[in-house]
Write a protein that binds this ligand. Structure first.
Ligand code: CDT
Length: 331
C-alpha cells in the first residue's frame, strides 16, 4: 500500500470588499486544521486569495491589479508569504490557485504545487479552458464570466509530475513496487492539476491518465444560479443549483473512474458580495469513481481522507488498459 493523508480546504464567501489579509488568515486557519488531521497535502480553490473577480467588469486598472500576484515568485509577496511559510512549518504540501501577472505583463489563471519538504514551488499549471466572454454580457441580468478578458490560455498543457517523498517511505520502498519502472522516482505519487472548467473536458483528464496520473487536484468557482435571471429560463434557482452540483460531481467521478485515479476538488463557495451564489461540493474521490469524503457546508471547511494510491493500479491494469481489448478472448 502507498497511504497518503490528503485534504480539500473549501473556502466560503469572499467579497469584493474583503480584506486580503483576512482572506489569507482564513486559508491559514484551514491549513492548520487540515494539518491537525494529519494531512500531508492540502488543496485550495481556484483564485483562492480573492473573490471570483472575473464576474465583474473592472474598468479601474488599479483595482484589477489588486486581484493579481505580480512577478515570478508567488511565495514571496505580502499577500501570500504567510501561507507558504506556515505550510513549510507544518510540513504540509499545498496546491493553491491565484491570478498571475508575469513581469512581462501576461496574465493567467494559475495554480502552483508547493512542496513543504523542498520549500519551493515544484510545478505551476495555467488554466487551459477559459470559460465566458471577453466583453460583458448585454443582458443586464446575466452573471459575467470575463475570464477571456482577464486571462490568457495556459500553453504548457497537462504535465503530470512526481512529488518526491510525499508518500511516507516511498523512496525506500520503490524497488519493491510493481509497475511503472521507467522513473527514478518510482513510488512517488504522480500528480496532475486542473482548474475549474478544465474538469469538464475529458481530454484534459486523459492526457494526465496516459501519463499514469494517480491523483488529480482541481480547485473551482462554479456559479449555482444567475440571481437576476431567476425564473427567466424556466428553471428555479433550486433546480439550477441541483444541476450545477450534479454536473460537477458527474465529471469528477466519471473521469476519476475512467482514468483510475484519485481526485480532490476544492470549492470557493457561498454567497459572494451577499449576491452571487457559488456551489460547494468539495470532495475526495477514489479511482472507482466513488466519493470518499465530501463537504457538508457551503462555508470554510476541511474535507479529509486517507487514500491508498496502490488502489489506482487494478483499474489501470484491467478495464483502463486499452491493450487488453485486443487480447485473445480465451486468455
Ligand atoms: N471558474 C470556472 O471555470 N467556472 C466554470 C463556469 C462555466 S459557465 C460559464 C465552471 O466550469 O464551473
Amino acid at each position: 500500500s502507498r497511504l497518503l493523508k490528503v485534504a480539500a480546504a473549501q473556502v466560503g464567501a469572499v467579497h469584493r470588499w474583503s480584506d486580503r489579509a483576512d482572506t489569507l488568515n482564513r486559508l491559514i486557519r484551514l491549513l492548520e486544521e487540515a494539518a491537525q488531521t494529519g494531512a500531508l497535502l492540502v488543496l485550495f480553490p481556484e483564485l483562492a486569495l480573492t473573490t471570483f473577480f472575473p464576474r465583474y467588469f473592472i474598468a479601474d486598472e488599479n483595482e484589477l491589479a489588486s486581484f493579481f500576484e505580480h512577478g515570478e515568485d508567488v511565495t514571496g509577496s505580502k499577500n501570500t508569504k504567510k501561507l507558504f511559510q506556515r505550510a513549510h512549518e507544518l510540513g504540509v504540501d499545498i496546491c493553491v490557485g491565484y491570478a498571475e501577472r508575469t513581469t512581462d505583463g501576461h496574465s493567467y489563471n494559475t495554480c502552483v504545487y508547493y512542496s513543504a519538504r523542498l520549500q519551493r514551488v515544484i510545478t505551476k499549471y495555467r488554466k487551459s479552458h477559459l470559460p465566458g466572454t471577453q466583453e460583458p454580457c448585454k443582458d443586464p441580468g446575466a452573471i459575467n464570466q470575463l475570464e477571456k478578458r482577464y486571462f490568457e490560455e495556459g500553453q504548457e498543457g497537462f504535465r503530470a509530475f512526481r512529488v518526491p517523498g510525499l508518500v511516507d517511505g516511498a523512496l525506500k520502498k520503490s524497488l519493491s513496487i510493481d509497475g511503472d519502472a521507467s522513473s527514478e522516482g518510482r513510488g512517488d505519487p504522480i500528480v496532475g492539476m486542473l482548474i475549474c472548467n478544465d474538469r469538464r473536458w475529458s481530454e484534459a483528464w486523459r492526457v494526465y491518465g496516459l501519463q499514469g496520473t494517480e491523483l488529480i487536484l482541481c480547485g473551482y468557482n462554479t456559479t449555482a444560479w444567475a440571481p437576476h435571471l431567476h425564473g427567466k429560463h424556466n428553471q428555479s434557482k433550486e433546480q439550477s443549483k441541483a444541476d450545477a452540483y450534479f454536473h460537477h460531481k458527474l465529471v469528477m467521478q466519471s473521469n476519476s473512474y475512467t482514468n483510475s485515479c484519485f481526485s480532490i476538488c476544492a470549492a470557493r463557495c457561498g454567497l459572494d458580495d451577499d449576491e452571487f451564489p457559488l456551489i460547494g461540493g468539495s470532495c475526495i474521490i477514489g479511482p472507482d469513481g466513488r466519493i470518499i469524503a465530501e463537504a457538508q457546508t457551503e462555508d470554510d471547511e476541511v474535507v479529509f481522507a486517507e487514500i491508498d494510491l496502490a488502489a489506482c493500479r487494478p483499474g489501470k491494469q484491467t478495464v483502463g488498459d486499452p491493450s487488453l481489448m485486443w487480447r485473445d478472448p480465451e486468455c
